[in-house]
Design a binder for this molecule. Structure first.
Ligand code: CTP
Length: 493
């Protein structure tokens, strides 16, 4: 583990803060996430500085300062010592200030003592000592503080054995976990998020308290929960986080569509796999191949349509007909509820979920070029991501089956490459567009324009006409005639 005395050379800014504190006559400490990450040798740009009022007086103002005022005063002093490259923001109402400097965000706040009411995440805050401030922190590993004061510079204040917990990879609350979680239920998600991100274990009594207090999550906003879910999804092996969420009973409250996939069922000796565990395995596989959070969301949710489409037939066994399409609807509901962005990121996840069954169908010999072209057209630039998910979707433990599926997908990839090279359809725009159709037939925007446009697109994707303007124009005239439309402009030769 990193030696905290190294902090003086870790970043020159700490010496500047130390000197500024001496000047202001207050005491200050680096605290929380930065210290944790420093000891774990993880890079962090968010530095929290907690200040307690000192005995001394500010050299500039002659004022002695209490904690909150000291935070703001210290931030101002640090900003002027760092010069023009530093930017200061003061939040008077909160008694905090922030200095942005060369990519670092340094937050200054007075030491606080907090108490909570049962109906709110917002605590009653009073001035406090460093110890009070450490007591109100969520986990022992987040309650570590390092002194920046000249008399004990670099000394670690670790009242709850946070360093030992870092070494043992353990998430534990400093005080009674029932109080910690009931006070601020977001911490239940944070515990699981840290355990997932850092590959730590949650200590048993802390974990049990999460289960006991899970209903308290009802006072949290969707945005706060989703921010933690996103961090879990971005961890190296996100399945760990989702398994913990499930075991604590939180997953059922935030993503019931996932817990609905749990378990297997056997009828007439035929079983189906546990779709919940399968989805988590796919998520881990995608995480190993891609850092794209939305491809990871697609992996997690790709089979959510299976819970409602599950059907058993004596002849065919288990089927999940249309689960890909139903999945796109469920994805929308989940994104809306979790306040995930309802923009191109949602459309991307829906697209990947909606198309995830398509590549594998292209394996058969008799598959037409037209089917391959259609997939390329529909997936567009997301075809590679779709293939990442399809490969990740192979979770069978049976080695020969696994080999067979992998070879099949390689064949599909080859087909996709060959057709793209020949026909360039992945970014395909039909050579005659709606505007031209309206101009030629002197039409306002109407259904006929869409019908003609689709006919042209289908003919090109089906290989019936070449992908050029002349052929498309000719087809447009023919399709117009079928609808009783005559060109208002002279027809091109
Ligand atoms: N904290 C807390 N309870 C919370 C949120 C934060 O006690 N619900 C404390 C912890 O001491 C934490 C510090 O505030 O270390 C800073 O919080 P934050 O910046 O949200 O998290 P970090 O621990 O820095 O981790 P990350 O940046 O990964 O979110």
């Amino acid at each position: 583990m990193q030696d905290t005395k190294d902090l003086s050379w870790e970043h020159p800014v700490f010496k500047v803060i130390s000197e500024a504190a001496r000047h202001c006559g207050c005491r200050c400490y680096v605290i929380g996430g930065y210290v944790r990450d420093f000891l774990l040798k993880r890079k962090s740009v968010d530095i929290d500085i907690v200040c307690t009022g000192g005995q001394g007086q500010s050299a500039d103002t002659g004022n002695s300062a209490d904690g909150p005022r000291c935070g703001i005063m210290l931030a101002k002093e640090v900003r002027s010592a760092l010069g023009k490259q530093a930017r200061l923001s003061v939040f008077k109402n909160f008694g905090t200030a922030q200095v942005a400097y060369k990519g670092l965000e340094i937050e200054f706040v007075g030491a606080r003592k907090e108490s909570y009411r049962s109906d709110s995440r917002k605590p009653i805050v009073e001035n406090g000592t460093l110890e009070d401030d450490q007591n109100r922190r969520d986990f022992t590993i987040n309650a570590l503080a390092i002194s920046l004061n000249a008399d004990d510079y670099g000394t670690l204040a670790d009242p709850f054995g946070g360093v030992r917990d870092l070494e043992n990879k353990l998430i534990r609350t400093p005080l009674d976990p029932d109080i910690t979680f009931s006070d601020d239920p977001l911490r239940m998600f944070r515990a699981i998020r840290f355990a997932s991100q850092l590959d730590f274990r949650i200590e048993d009594s802390t974990f049990d308290a999460i289960s006991r207090n899970r209903e308290r999550m009802s006072i949290l906003s969707a945005e706060r929960i989703t921010s933690e879910l996103n961090k879990i999804i971005l961890s190296e092996r996100p399945s760990r986080g989702f398994i913990m969420l499930d075991k604590a009973g939180l997953l059922e409250l935030v993503l019931p569509e996932m817990t609905a996939l749990k378990g297997t069922e056997v009828i007439s000796g035929k079983g189906h796999k546990d779709v919940f565990l399968h989805s988590l395995a796919v998520l881990d596989n995608v995480a190993a191949a891609s850092g794209n959070p939305y491809l990871r969301w697609a992996a997690l949710l790709h089979d959510t349509g299976k819970a409602v489409t599950k059907h058993f037939d004596e002849k065919t066994g288990w089927t999940f007909r249309n689960h890909d399409y139903i999945g796109t609807k469920i994805v929308f509901r989940i994104f809306k509820r979790l306040k995930l962005p309802l923009n191109e990121n949602l459309r991307y996840v829906q697209k990947i979920v909606g198309l995830h069954m398509r590549p594998i169908v292209l394996v058969e010999d008799k598959v037409t070029d037209s089917a391959v072209r259609r997939l390329l057209f529909e997936a567009g630039n997301d075809i590679e991501d779709l293939m990442v998910l399809c490969k990740a979707d192979i979770t069978t433990k049976n080695e020969s089956k696994q080999k067979q599926y992998r070879e099949n997908l390689s064949l599909v990839e080859q087909k996709l490459k060959d057709i793209e090279q020949k026909d360039h359809v992945r970014n395909f725009q039909p050579p005659v567009d709606g505007a031209e159709i309206m101009k030629v037939f002197n039409l306002p925007p109407c259904a006929a324009v869409g019908t003609i446009k689709s006919a042209i697109k289908d003919a090109i994707l089906d290989g019936k006409i070449p992908n050029d303007h002349e052929a498309a124009y000719r087809l447009m005239i023919e399709e117009g005639a079928k609808l009783g439309l005559a060109p208002a402009l002279p027809v091109q030769a």
